[in-house]
Design a protein around this ligand. Structure first.
Ligand code: FAD
Ligand code: S2G
Ligand code: ZN
Length: 475
């Protein structure tokens, strides 16, 4: 019997025959969300609990078969799908999807890794708490993937990213041992912080099976505005005023280029985008304030901010949401941009971070280089300006063959953008991680000392290189 046949038998014994998928349409597990690469797995395995995950990992380790941990498969850098060899096991956490416990006094919630982000948000809200990690993929992404990629989203400016919201992990190591780090302590200085080593490791150092996350009180008031601004400089100025006037209440600050919004109007006609007819506004901002003070006080501060911003000319016009539904509609516009881009076709993504103060200059210089080098290419610029994180994406010229554009031009587009990111001391991946898509770029842009330390950690924890090989680091 071949090792693969033997292994498949062991996997069926570990998780049940129905949860070892080897044929039929497995594209949900083998095709990445951006449709950049289609892999082929030896099997997709869906364990129901941590002990079963450990049994799967042990069996694969003994057979020398690689594992690709997978949550919602919404990742942007081809990190959660198998390669084309047909020899890797996709370990899907989707059956481990329960909220395990909520501790009101400790302000923590303990969840299975396969728990969908939106389910965690809604479960906590029902019990009067806020779990603040939020992004457009929250209906399908899982907390395990959020921690695997150290995801950011639209409330980082107030609450931080997945890393800052995590107090502990349960992990199955590449050798199939279970590390229970679910203490939920806010202070614990006993040796290396293994939790932070695992967060952002993109499934290359172990399988996260559980997590304990911070909770916050639900805000008493939420105020949201959709503003038309005359330039990126004005958007940065508005951010400064928002920090000044709203202080800790500033919860979200997103910038959207006019062309990015035009894709939303084009592909989602039912989504009304306000203030689009202004010829003098290349950029728009969605800004949110939320806190515990009374509606009257919060509104007074919010309106004062907008007054000063208009006096200073950094806001030309604005729509303030008059209800929670209107606020949701304004956020829905912002969150529709990546979906509209996908409808428009294959595109080149740059998830970059630069010091906020330098973003306007970065965009001015890089736009000019790209427009000159690739006439007709369309720049879809938007993102989390509050954290200095832009989704500086490039779409093929209108009517052009997008596949050919990526095949022929992606490398040189990336070189222009990432060389400029280096010049501005930025990061080539602010929140999506490296996966396999940016592995070469990481090798070029990260310092040799940093890469050496990462390789030493990978060698120490996964010497067989069976945990998501070829992601983050080259073989
Ligand atoms: P997957 O895609 O399944 O996996 C992602 C990575 O994590 C892979 O390397 C995988 O191996 C690893 N992994 C998954 N589960 C585990 C586990 N249990 N243990 C160890 N490793 C694991 N991302 C942002 O940061 N901010 C955004 O604003 C944002 N917006 C998005 C909007 C849209 C429309 C889409 C489609 C994606 C967006 N993303 C965003 C990207 C994506 O949603 C995040 O990277 C998310 O964290 C991935 O979660 P997932 O469960 O889908 O993980
Ligand atoms: C977002 C989605 C990825 C992209 O919506 O904030 O992270 O660039 C992005 O489309
Ligand atoms: Zn984002």
């Amino acid at each position: 019997m071949s090792t693969h046949t033997e292994l498949l038998e062991q996997l069926r014994a570990a998780v049940g025959t129905a949860n070892v998928l080897t044929d039929g349409n497995l594209s949900a597990y083998e095709q990445d969300w951006r449709k950049r690469e289609r892999g082929k797995s030896l099997a997709v395995v869906r364990p129901a609990n941590t002990a079963a995950v450990a049994a799967v990992v042990r069996a694969c380790a003994a057979a020398g078969v690689s594992i690709v941990p997978q949550g919602g498969n919404t990742g942007m850098v081809v990190g959660s799908t198998p390669d084309a060899s047909g020899t890797q096991v996709v370990l899907s956490l989707q059956r481990m999807n329960q909220v395990r416990a909520l501790d009101a006094a400790n302000l923590t919630v303990t969840v299975d890794a396969g728990c969908v982000l939106q389910v965690i948000q809604e479960t906590c809200e029902k019990t009067g708490f806020l779990f603040p990690l939020s992004m457009a993929s929250e209906g399908s992404c899982t907390i395990g993937g959020n921690l695997g990629t150290n995801a950011g989203g639209t409330q980082v400016v107030r609450y931080g990213n997945a890393r800052e919201l995590c107090l502990g992990l349960e992990v199955v190591t590449p050798q199939g041992e279970i590390w229970d780090g679910l203490s939920g302590l806010r202070k614990d200085n006993t040796g290396y912080d293994l939790r932070h080593l695992m967060i952002g490791s993109e499934g290359t150092l172990g399988v996260i099976t559980g997590a304990i996350m911070k909770l916050y009180p639900l805000p008493a008031t939420q105020l949201t505005v959709f503003a038309a601004v005359p330039s990126l400089e004005a958007a940065v100025q508005l951010l400064g005023l928002a920090h000044q006037h709203l202080s800790a209440g500033l919860t979200g600050f997103e910038v959207m280029g006019k062309f990015a919004l035009s894709l939303v109007s084009k592909h989602f006609a039912q989504t009304r985008v306000p203030l689009q007819d202004r010829a003098d506004t290349p950029y728009y901002v969605v800004l949110e304030n939320s806190d515990q003070e009374s509606e009257a006080h919060a509104r007074e501060r919010f309106e004062r901010l907008l007054e000063v911003a208009m006096e200073r000319g950094c806001v030309l016009d604005a729509v303030v949401a008059e209800s929670i539904n209107q606020a949701r509609a304004l956020w829905h516009i912002r969150e529709s941009i990546p979906l509209a881009q996908a409808q428009e076709g294959l595109n080149i993504k740059h998830d970059i971070s630069i010091a906020v103060s330098r973003i306007p200059e970065f965009v001015l210089l890089t736009d000019a280089l790209l427009v000159q080098a690739f006439p007709g290419a369309r720049l879809v610029n938007y993102g989390h300006l509050g954290d200095g994180n832009l989704h500086y994406n490039v779409q093929a010229p209108a009517g052009a063959d997008a596949e050919a554009f990526l095949r022929d031009d992606e490398k040189s587009v990336n070189t222009i953008v990432y060389d400029m990111v280096d010049r501005f001391n930025g990061s080539i991946s602010a929140e999506h991680g490296v996966g396999s898509l940016k592995r070469e770029k990481l090798a070029q842009h990260k310092s040799p000392v940093a890469l050496g330390m990462m390789r030493a950690i990978k060698q120490a924890l996964d010497p067989q290189n069976t945990m998501n090989p070829g992601r983050v680091l080259q073989h």
